[in-house]
Design a protein around this ligand. Structure first.
Ligand code: NAD
Length: 451
């Protein structure tokens, strides 16, 4: 854990604490299962089913088989004592609202069997790909179902919806592996869209980045250091980038992961040329670029000085645009290239005192929207993570009540860890995620803020 320990979670995990939480109706904050290499995909079996005319069940079954995860029919678990690791329902075949009752029928007898850090996943057809109006309505309804069901889950379990466009069936595997595993610990109540893309199946799913080069900005500490470490764990050679003042801390991260340290202020006039020259000389191209560097300079609008506005917009937004332009003009993004950018729930819901930050982080979503079609044509992708309350130096410095509010006001009643953001980025960055393009996925434990 981080700088400011989550004492509430520690106390409420003891037997007397658990008793009090139950009696007083306090939020239950279960320590989440997190990934360790070699860990089984799930703790327990997966219950699997689908509405008639389903399209995606065979991919689900293949992934479970590839990961040695037992699959069970709902009838096999309804009366049994054992908890299950996941409940997956393929709703892609539901073409009219009357047939949505299949959701209730499937989940009702088995939902209480979902164990600690269990996974509820619903698969559907994107409404924009529906055959007619009634099909669109039925598929759109899945969002409300999943978001509500996710709020009913306990013991660190999560619920997410994946819309798979026709033709994208084979691109679903990396996303299913991510969502089912403990790598998605703090991703809850999200809607993910998958299209057909240029994916390549890694020879080893534990080393999907083997032979690839990744550049991560703001990598000397916090979330950026976790991203660099996670991409290196996945086999990438990582170029860890930060401002010259980050000095030793950046060198330590780079040394720990056997990567390279590059001192570069992303807002410097020559930053795009310097990065392009570095990549061309050392590697020719780059496979993964993560725009994580970000700052806050909070003030209400009435007290916002131009320096504060400009600094935040420049680091968080304009610098990214200039770097992306240099990468694309120089044709520096390699085959299966991945750009991942870090937004924030502040860019979705807005925060008082953060007009500059909110504008920058919403602008980042605009970058994803505009570049996704262009990158798809190049066989590459761009996606964003929008973190909620993550335990870092930034959030440890918040006043106690603000910090406690941020921690508890989400379905998991706890803050996320930098690794949760990093794992989500690693999923986007995988060569197997070619169908995952143009998404903004919140890593926020289904935060009530901006939900
Ligand atoms: P942090 O302050 O710990 O780390 C940010 C890093 O970016 C630092 O190492 C800093 O030196 C670097 N940086 C700043 N300006 C730079 C520049 N001009 N050039 C190169 N590097 C620069 O912050 P963090 O909490 O780890 O946040 C990382 C990202 O996640 C940011 O974009 C932030 O906005 C976003 N985010 C964080 C949270 C959270 O709860 N911590 C929530 C939502 C979004």
């Amino acid at each position: 854990m981080s700088q400011a320990a989550d004492r509430y979670q520690q106390l409420s995990s003891t037997p007397p604490g658990k008793f009090l939480v139950g009696r007083l109706g306090l939020p239950e904050s279960t320590p989440l299962r997190r990934y360790k290499p070699g860990q089984p995909l799930l703790e327990g079996a997966a219950v699997v089913g689908g509405a008639p005319e389903h399209r995606l069940l065979s991919t689900v079954e293949r992934v479970l088989k590839n990961t040695n995860t037992p699959a069970l029919a709902p009838e096999a678990v309804a009366g049994a004592a054992d908890k299950v690791g996941a409940i997956v329902f393929d709703a892609s075949g539901i073409t009219k609202s009357e047939d949505l009752s299949a959701l209730r029928e499937f989940f009702n007898p088995v939902i209480t069997k979902l164990g600690r850090s269990g996974r509820l996943i619903v698969l559907g057809t994107p409404p924009e790909h529906a055959a007619d109006r009634r099909h669109h309505v039925a598929q759109r309804a899945l969002e409300g179902f999943v978001r509500s069901a996710a709020k009913e889950l306990r013991h660190g379990a999560t619920g997410n919806l994946v819309y798979v466009a026709p033709g994208g069936e084979d691109d679903l595997e990396s996303t299913l592996r991510f969502l089912l595993s403990s790598k998605s610990a703090y991703v809850d109540g999200q809607v993910i869209r998958i299209n057909s893309g240029e994916s390549s199946t890694p020879r080893d799913w534990e080393q999907p980045q083997a032979g690839r080069v990744a550049a991560v900005t703001g990598a000397s500490r916090g979330i950026g250091a976790a991203i660099a470490e996670t991409l290196a764990r996945d086999g990438a050679h990582v170029i860890a980038i930060d401002i010259p003042q980050a000095g030793d801390a950046l060198a330590k991260v780079a040394n720990r992961i056997g990567g390279a340290a590059l001192h570069l202020d992303v807002t410097a006039d020559d930053a795009p040329q310097s990065l392009a020259a570095y990549l061309t000389e050392r590697h020719g191209t780059v496979d993964v670029v993560v725009h994580n560097a970000g700052i806050t300079r909070d003030r209400t609008l009435a007290r916002m000085k131009p320096e504060r506005w400009d600094a935040v917009l420049d680091v968080n937004l304009s610098a990214q645009e200039r770097l992306n332009d240099a990468l694309l003009i120089g044709d520096l993004l390699g085959d299966g290239g991945r750009i991942v950018t870090v937004s924030s729930i502040g860019g979705i819901a807005g925060n008082r005192g953060q007009t500059n930050y909110g504008a920058s982080k919403a602008g980042v979503i605009g970058i994803v929207e505009t570049l996704a079609p262009e990158l798809a044509q190049r066989g590459a992708t761009i996606n964003a993570v929008a973190p909620g309350f993550i335990e870092t130096q930034m959030t440890a410095a918040m006043p106690l009540f603000v910090r406690e509010g941020g921690r508890r006001m989400n379905s998991l009643a706890q803050g996320g860890l930098p690794i949760d953001v990093a794992e989500t980025i690693a999923w986007f960055a995988s060569p197997a995620s070619g169908g995952v393009n143009g998404n903004v996925v919140r890593v926020c434990g289904q935060s009530l803020i901006g939900a």
